[in-house]
Ligand binder design. Sequence first.
Ligand SMILES: Nc1ncnc2c1ncn2[C@@H]1O[C@H](COP(=O)(O)OP(=O)(O)OP(=O)(O)O)[C@@H](O)[C@H]1O
Ligand SMILES: [Mg+2]
Length: 462
Amino acid sequence: MSGRGNRILVVDDQESMREFLEIMLTKEGYQVLVAKDGEQACRILGEEAFDLVISDIRMKSVNGIGVLKKVKELSPGAMVILISAFATPETAVEAMKEGAYDYIPKPFKVGDLKRVVKDALKSKVTPGREERGSKSLFHFDSLIGESPQMKKVYDLIQRVSRTRTNVLISGESGTGKELVARAIHRLSERRDKPIVVINCAGIPETLIESELFGHRKGAFTGAVADKEGLFDVADGGTVFFDEVGELSPLIQVKLLRVIQERAFTAVGGIDVKTVDVRFISATNKDLEQEVIHGNFREDLYFRLNVIPIAIPPLREREGDLGLLAQHFLEKFSLQMGKDIRKISTYAMDILSHYWFPGNVRELENIVERSVALETSNIVLPESLTLSSLRKGVEEKRRRRGDLGPEGIQLDEVLQGIERGYLNQALVMARGSRQQAAELLGITLRSFRYRLEKQGMAPEDDP
Ligand SMILES: Nc1ncnc2c1ncn2[C@@H]1O[C@H](COP(=O)(O)OP(=O)(O)OP(=O)(O)O)[C@@H](O)[C@H]1O
Ligand SMILES: [Mg+2]
């Protein structure tokens, strides 16, 4: 469908109308966000970009014309359709003068509205894109990128955001896991409640229970008053467990209970509190491997991982590098008050051969540094931080199997390849070595020997 993925903001102070439009437009394949009045709409418009805004005219404080003006100010590329039961020629004229695409009197036929929406989006220069500087950017919520891999991710985000299903986001560091978690929350009906981020690696074991569940006065030394936990705060919203693979076994058990029963007890308390939260977790570890090796509870894993979203590393996203680089370039030039519009072709060429172990975050840092260092109005290769880049270029070449003039360490390379396959086979065979060995066309004995040689055999290996 042509309109698929276009972002629409619906503004109406009447709940039934809001819901009707939301359901109808979502069914049409659009990505819909709603605001309950003009003020909320203005706030949302300040934070996010839309392709189309549909607003009621008659609203308290900020009315439809006010919303229209805000749209023109904040995202001039977006179309605006106004709706009102009190259509007077004057308001219609004013609306058109202020730049509305169309004006629809209530009551309207659903078919008519659908058509106007479609036409409005079609008349946008490039739907789903925002003209900025020299290049247009494709975005979904705050995520940038239009590779097929990322479009799959957007599609999943859209689908899971309508449900309460627990989601496990996996991906190398810096791939955008937190951005994805926030997008899911923002697109869900929980958006008005908080998303509470819990960094599982950052809270000491002794504190985590009290942090999560709260405590009663006198529960332990220092508990001088009752304290709410993060689950209290997140009620009705979303809990985001970042680096979930770092949870200690003790906390894993406690969490399992909360997830199964949606209930918990404060430290030192007796009454059981129920909570309504959706759990999103993120990990840059291979959590399945952690389960196989006994570091992560299998039951908890299955509870958290109802829907997996795997974010691909930057190096595998065809075509996104340029978009992201341009986005960061514009962001940092603006921030630093510089007028750098372009990354030179040669600099881009170097970037496109880089391996990006730190993914999008690393790209962001590289561009930030180069904008700070650059004295001309174009990013030249000299201002890219080359020491780390060179290493990455070599690594990428090595993975491709090219032999560069600097040569390679054949043994190391071969061992790396072997490790990769052993690992994959174990995962695919869900830990069964016999099957893993078969997948690799070697005997069980040889498989064991190789695991040991690579230091990959668990300690209790017979
Ligand atoms: N698709 C994207 N579009 C725009 N910015 C992105 C995108 N992906 C990541 N970023 C930016 O890259 C940085 C890292 O993103 P984020 O913190 O979401 O990654 P992460 O996977 O949680 O990383 P880590 O594993 O290190 O915690 C942030 O500044 C984020 O804004
Ligand atoms: Mg993160």
